[in-house]
Design a protein around this ligand. Sequence first.
Ligand code: SF4
Length: 180
Amino acid sequence: MNKPKVRVATCSLAGCFGCHMSFLDMDEAIIPLIEKIEFDRSPLTDIKSIGTCDIGLIEGGLCNEENKEVLHQFRQHCTLLVAVGACAINGGVPAMRNHFTVDECLEESYLNGLGVIDAQIPSDAELPKLLSKVIPLQSEVRIDYILPGCPPPPQAFLELINAIIEKREPVLDYHNRRFD
Ligand code: SF4
C-alpha cells in the first residue's frame, strides 16, 4: 500500500515571496518530491484556510496583527513549523523600519516621501493593525526548524523536507545557505 503523503502548508507573512520563488526554483526536482508530499494552504495552491498538516513553511516575520493570527493558525495545525529565510528568523529587511515609529514610517510612505503627491495614510477598518516593531516568528510561537538564507536555496528546502520524511536531522551545511 502507498504511504500517505506528508501534508505541507506554506505562507508568506512580512516577506517578499522570494523564499517561495526559491522553493519553486528546484525545477524538475519537484516531481519526485510531489510523490511524497501534498500541499494544503499555500499561495502555490491558492487554498486559503489551513487543515491538519505535517509541515508548515513560513516565509517572513510579523509586521501586523493578521500575521500573528495566521502564525498561530499554522502553529495550531502543523506538527512541525519551519521559519524560512532571514525575515522569518530575525525580521530581515522589513525590520529596518524598527528604527522608526509606526507614525514616522506611515508619514514617510504616504505624506512626505519623495514623489508622493496627494496621498493619504490608509485608514480602512479592514486593514490589519501594524505592530510597533517587526518581530521574528520565534518571539511569538515555538519554531521547530529554521532554513537560513535570503532566500534559502532550493536544495535546502529539499534537504529539510526529505530529512523530516526520513526521520533524520537535516544537513544544512555551507552549500545549503545563501544570502544574495
Ligand atoms: Fe524575501 Fe529574503 Fe525575506 Fe525570503 S528572506 S522573504 S527572499 S527578503
